[in-house]
Ligand binder design. Structure first.
Ligand code: FRU
Length: 489
């Protein structure tokens, strides 16, 4: 380390020391965790010079949220990640209160530009404020602009907040930079604003893309905005939402599908749906892969439940599996990226086995698995089907399907938690074309469930001891089911 180490040098030195102590066995197989310490939102998800880069909200020095840094990892396949040195530390006047969430974009001259929220700490009579900053670099080292913060409250029309103004998502289009950024308007609550710049430094306000109008939570965090199959998709993560329609209460994810009328600078809503229905999914961010797929990763957690979650490792926090998003019947759907197949090891297939009393199936057991269960209820009197995973004498995670109501309950109440936090979610799961499919990705301490080819997803952490690896099937009347289980390694 140099004689006068900067705060970032010190973090990088700390990371080098820690990296030697930590083993990969103590981590999930393919979900990204922070090198050490705490992680929340995915940031700066991009494809740059032949690799995926994923940055994250990061506090290396403890397993609790603290002064925000940007952690960094790279990958060729979105499943095997290599840690890079910490990218940003809160070390300037513009971001002394934290380098909050943001995104990354390649500049026309081949550099990588990070755009993030700088938090300015409170002075004696002021609350802390939020503004947008940039840092440009080579994919490893980034230099913060001396002009930071490049977007201030003064750039916005009246009524918008300087205290809740964060999480820029930037892209290049028509030879300019554009970004969406979250703000809380004094009357309209959460809003998403569109800004534009020729050089990434000098920005101006274009329009308000959409506003919450107190219908979907309070502040809208971490917006993402992209075209998909002829539609325009807006994703936001609202704080403190009331339960309504298919949305659960608390911190959630909202996907608004619509059209953008460029001439009128107007986004027209067509439909609204949750992004994920599980207990742990927040602040997702997408990237456009070189082959045209739109790939999304979320923070596999939630501000409410993370406080009570066990700290079993020297790190805390996981990203979700990378999912390809696609449009079907007017809905945003998701499937695990096809790269998942590279992790498939032994495959066990059971075709059309009749099941009633609780039973396990040969070879179908474990906590590292990509398993698809297809229920074939035709001609059966079955109304209730129950799948237990991560099971032993004292634990199980329940997935109960009420075929008559077309509803599924994900239940981790018996998963080993000692805390009185939310453990169940109800989600629509209907029999379609004579079947109901449940695809489960299990990676040690998490389950991601894709219902009916990703029409709805349920993402949850599970605190269950890894030795609980049983899987059973049961129904209230005989039903045929097929199972395709790929063990992962
Ligand atoms: C969302 C969020 C962002 C903010 C970041 C701080 O989870 O609250 O709005 O930038 O986390 O870590």
């Amino acid at each position: 380390m140099s004689k006068n180490p900067t705060p970032l040098d010190r973090v990088r030195e700390f990371e080098r020391e820690q990296a030697m102590k930590l083993s990969a066995d103590e981590r999930p197989l393919f979900h990204l965790t922070p090198l050490v310490g705490w992680m929340n939102d995915p940031n700066g998800f991009c494809w740059y010079k032949g690799q995926y880069h994923l940055f994250c909200q990061y506090h290396p020095f403890s397993r609790q949220w603290g002064p925000m840094h940007w952690g960094h990892a790279v990958s060729n396949d979105l499943l095997h990640w290599t840690y890079m040195p910490c990218a940003l530390a809160p070390d300037t006047a513009a971001d002394a209160g934290g380098c909050f969430s943001g995104s990354a974009v390649e500049t026309p001259d081949g550099k990588l530009m990070l755009v993030y929220t700088g938090v300015q700490p409170a002075g004696t009579f002021r609350r802390e404020t939020q503004a947008q900053c940039v840092a440009v670099g080579d994919g490893k080292d980034f230099e913060k602009s001396l002009l930071n913060p490049v977007i201030r409250h003064a750039h916005l029309p009246e009524g918008y907040s300087e205290f809740d103004f964060r999480d820029p998502k930037v892209w290049r289009e028509d030879g300019v930079y554009r970004m969406v950024v979250g703000n809380r308007h004094e009357e309209k609550s959460g809003t998403v604003l569109l800004m534009e710049s020729k050089d990434g430094l000098d920005w101006h306000f274009v329009t308000e893309i959409d506003a919450c109008r107190k219908e979907y939570g309070r502040m809208w965090e971490c917006p993402d905005y992209f075209p998909l199959s002829g539609k325009q998709v807006l994703i936001v993560s609202p704080q403190e939402m009331r339960a309504r329609e298919e949305f659960h209460a608390g911190f959630g994810t909202v996907c608004i599908i619509g059209r953008y009328l460029k001439k009128d600078r107007q986004f027209v809503r067509e439909s609204v749906q949750p992004v994920d229905h599980g207990l742990n999914f927040y602040a997702p961010q997408t990237v456009l892969a070189p082959d045209g797929r739109r790939i999304m990763i979320g923070w596999m957690d939630n501000w409410e439940t993370c406080k009570e979650a066990p700290r079993r490792h020297p790190w805390y926090g996981q990203m979700s599996a990378p999912r390809e998003v696609f449009m079907e019947n007017g809905r945003l759907c998701q499937r695990p990226v096809k790269e998942m197949e590279r992790l498939w090891q032994d495959t066990v297939i059971h075709e059309q086995v009749p099941v009633m009393e609780e039973t396990s199936l040969p070879g179908v057991q474990g906590r590292l698995m990509d398993m698809t269960v297809t229920l074939l209820p035709q001609g059966s009197a079955c109304r209730r089907f129950t799948l237990h995973v991560a099971k032993d004498a004292g634990h199980y995670i329940g997935i109960r399907c009420d075929l008559a109501r077309g509803e599924l309950v994900f239940d981790r109440s018996h998963g080993g938690s000692h805390r009185d936090i939310a453990h169940t979610r109800h989600v629509i799961a209907e029999v379609k074309n004579k079947k109901l499919t449940l695809r489960l990705l299990m990676d040690k301490e998490s389950i991601e469930l894709f219902i009916n080819d990703g029409e709805r997803t349920v993402t949850s952490l599970i605190p269950t001891p890894l030795s609980a690896d049983g899987i059973t099937f049961a129904a209230d009347a005989p039903i045929a089911l097929s199972v395709e289980a790929h063990h992962l390694a």
